[in-house]
Design a protein around this ligand. Sequence first.
Ligand SMILES: Nc1nc2c(ncn2[C@@H]2O[C@H](COP(=O)(O)OP(=O)(O)OP(=O)(O)O)[C@@H](O)[C@H]2O)c(=O)[nH]1
Ligand SMILES: [Mg+2]
Length: 449
Amino acid sequence: MGNAEAGPDTIAAIATPAGRGGIGIVRVSGTKAPAIARALTGRLPPPREATLVAMTDATGARIDEGIALYFPAPGSYTGEAVLELQGHGSPVVLESVLVACVDAGARLAEPGEFTRRAFLNGKLDLAQAEAVADFIEAATAQAARSALRSLTGEFSAAVGDLVAGLTELRALTEATLDFPEEEVDAEHRTDMQARLANVRRSLDLVRLRSRAGSLLRSGVNVVLAGRPNVGKSSLLNRLAGEERAIVTPLPGTTRDTVRESIAIEGVPFNVVDTAGLHDARDEVERIGIERTWREVGRADVVLMVMDFAFGQTAEDREIAARLPQDVMRIDVFNKVDLRGQRARRVEGAPPEVHLSAKTGEGIGLLRSTMLKAAGWEKIAESPFVARERHLRALAEADAHLAAAALHASRPEFFAEELRLAQAALSAITGEFSSDDLLGEIFSRFCIGK
Ligand SMILES: Nc1nc2c(ncn2[C@@H]2O[C@H](COP(=O)(O)OP(=O)(O)OP(=O)(O)O)[C@@H](O)[C@H]2O)c(=O)[nH]1
Ligand SMILES: [Mg+2]
């Protein structure tokens, strides 16, 4: 990232998506941004004022005409001098503008490098920076809302409150450590326990909101599995609300996997229809069945589809026995209409839903059972978009606080557990984070962000 004396390099990238569009934007960040503006447009536009310019390359040939926007440091996304060149959304033209920027002294940006600089310059904390990527990638409006909440710092603020609570508690504990010969009196101990219990209650709430947000962010992988002809493809079509997969009365219709993304109450589900499981005779079907098992291995939830008229058959039991132990399973008995039965849900492990993919009766029951199986709880407070990294840090903090609660009479242990809990929480916002972690996080961004 450049040497310390010269400051970081000036970076450039196409910030709009690949392909043709009405407008395309090349973004430049770094100390050379003003010089690059002069080189390409012949002038430095007034700060934050949309300025119509002609853009030329290093030979002086005209590339495009468009708008230049200049943000002097530190009042920009990255905190550095930023130049935005908005031209026509042609990949060829944008490429030429980018090359001209490089000729004028910039280098190509790496994925997430703009946001990384925003983080390093204190414009965003780490949880906010991560939320930028999650916001862009959000699959549903709810997921976008929860990412925006993290992006604007609500999640960081909630974590910050927890850290503040722990800091206060630590200060009180350190005071006891300074006078080791004095008995820690019962009243003080009770007070500390009460304060600790408070912090733990707040942490529980943050964890609940984060778990919900994590579901919104990553979605739930659902696989439809079962014998041929039980109605898996019909069920996929019902859930998707359109004829995605081919349905015929012939067993063995589906040979390859068919995927469809759906949203249930804003939670994204990636539903996969698969080839029916049985002893296949032909080669294509055999390969399809291999794929079914591969999908089952990746599933969060398996909808084990069976025919209501037959109940659970010996073959169904064989399939069920081969499902991974830790996967959530829902037993779906399809085609209740043929027996003149109504749809219903039977609680249990696994839960059962009796329905008809043909008439659509019972699909609502299935949807709510899927939400429940995925671990979605309706929470009063809005979810925080959260990543695995955040969930782990919150769990780690929780474990240390639980340990602290057991050490109330041993102030030095109590204090140490509080310190560890605080460190785990601080890692979320990036107060203490290694270069490795930063590299890992920002490399997953798209280029230009
Ligand atoms: N009456 C009735 N028929 C259904 C229902 N669901 C599916 N079917 C019929 O059952 C037959 C098989 O349906 P599919 O959805 O193709 O079954 P599948 O499990 O995908 O079958 P394979 O792809 O061969 O494994 C078709 O003729 C469907 O119309 C239902 O709820 N009621
Ligand atoms: Mg099918």
